[in-house]
Design a protein. Structure first.
Length: 278
C-alpha cells in the first residue's frame, strides 16, 4: 500500500490494515535493542512490508510503563536516518510514533506520511498546528497520565465514557487548530494507563468507540494484559495477541498495530472471511 492508496482507504475503511511496529530503541518492552542498528532496522522494515504490513510505525523513544523520555537529538538520530532509508527503497506508508512536534516535523520532511501521537495532542501544544500545516493523517490515542507513571493504579469511574469524552474534547481541539477531521484515526490506548480488565473492556466495548465515526486502531501486541492473564513471557503471547486482534476486528477495529506480521495477516484474512468482508 502506498500513501495515495491509504488516503483512499481513509475515506472508506472497508478492510483491515496491518501496522508493523519498528522500535529503534534499546528499551522497548518487547523488541528493545533488536533493531537499533540501522541496517537491521531497514531489513526489518522491508521484511514487514514483504510479509504484508500496510504501514510501518517507526519510534525512537520507548513509551512502555515506567519509561523516561529521551532527548530530542537522540530521538532524531534514531528515527530520521531509518525513515530516509526506507523511503529511498519503498513507497510504503510510514508512520512516525512520537508526541514531539520537532520530531514529527523532521519525520514528515524525511518521508513519513502518518503521525502516531500517544498523547492525543496533550503533551506538545505545537503538535495540532503542525498537523494542520502538513495535512497529515494522525492517530489520536487515549492515555491516562504519562508513560513513567501511567500504570500506577489507573482508575476510572466509567472507562468507556471517559475515553469517549477525551476523544470528543481532543477532536474539537484538532478542529480548532485547523486539522481536517477526516484525517483522524482513534486509538483507545490498550496498556496506556489501563488495568488488566480495562483492556478487555475496551475490546469488548469497541463498537461504542467506532460509533464516533472515525476508523479505530488497536495495539494489543504482546502486551502485559495478555501476559498477566495467561502467565506468559513476552515471547509466548502470540495466541493471546491474535485472539485480541480477532475480537477487535469483529468489534469494528480497522487498523491493528503488531510485531508479528505473518501471523497477523493470516488471522486478519480468516477474521474478515467470518465477518463477510470481500
Amino acid at each position: 500500500m502506498n500513501f495515495s492508496e491509504f488516503n483512499s482507504w481513509l475515506k472508506s475503511p472497508s478492510k483491515t490494515l496491518i501496522m508493523g511496529v519498528l522500535n529503534l530503541t534499546p528499551d522497548s518492552f518487547s523488541d528493545g535493542g533488536l533493531f537499533s542498528n540501522p541496517d537491521k532496522a531497514l531489513s526489518q522494515g522491508l521484511k514487514m512490508i514483504n510479509e504484508g504490513a500496510h504501514i510501518i510505525d517507526i519510534g525512537g523513544e520507548s513509551t512502555r510503563p515506567g519509561s523516561n523520555p529521551v532527548s530530542i537529538d537522540k530521538e532524531l538520530d534514531r528515527t530520521i536516518p531509518i525513515i530516509e532509508k526506507i523511503r529511498s527503497t519503498s513507497n510504503c506508508v510510514i508512520s512516525i510514533d512520537s508526541y514531539k512536534s520537532i520530531i514529527v516535523e523532521a519525520a514528515l520532511n524525511a518521508g513519513a506520511n502518518i503521525v502516531n501521537d500517544i498523547s492525543g495532542l496533550t503533551f506538545d501544544n505545537k503538535m495540532a498546528k503542525l498537523l494542520a500545516k502538513h495535512n497529515a493523517p494522525f492517530i489520536l490515542m487515549h492515555i491516562k497520565g504519562k508513560p513513567k507513571s501511567m500504570q500506577q493504579n489507573p482508575n476510572y469511574n466509567n472507562l468507556i465514557n471517559e475515553i469517549l469524552s477525551f476523544f470528543t474534547k481532543q477532536i474539537s481541539a484538532a478542529q480548532s487548530a485547523g486539522i481536517d477531521t477526516s484525517k483522524i484515526i482513534l486509538d483507545p490506548g490498550l496498556g496506556f494507563g489501563k488495568k488488566i480488565e480495562h483492556n478487555f473492556e475496551i475490546i469488548r466495548k469497541l463498537p461504542q468507540i467506532c460509533a464516533m465515526g472515525f476508523p479505530a486502531l488497536v495495539g494489543p501486541s504482546r502486551k502485559s494484559f495478555i501476559g498477566e492473564t495467561l502467565n506468559l513471557p513476552i515471547n509466548q503471547r502470540i495466541e493471546g495477541t491474535m485472539a485480541s486482534i480477532t475480537a477487535s476486528i469483529m468489534n469494528g477495529a480497522r487498523i491493528v498495530r503488531v510485531h508479528d506480521i505473518e501471523e497477523t495477516r493470516r488471522t486478519v484474512a480468516i477474521t474478515e472471511k467470518i465477518i463477510g468482508f470481500s
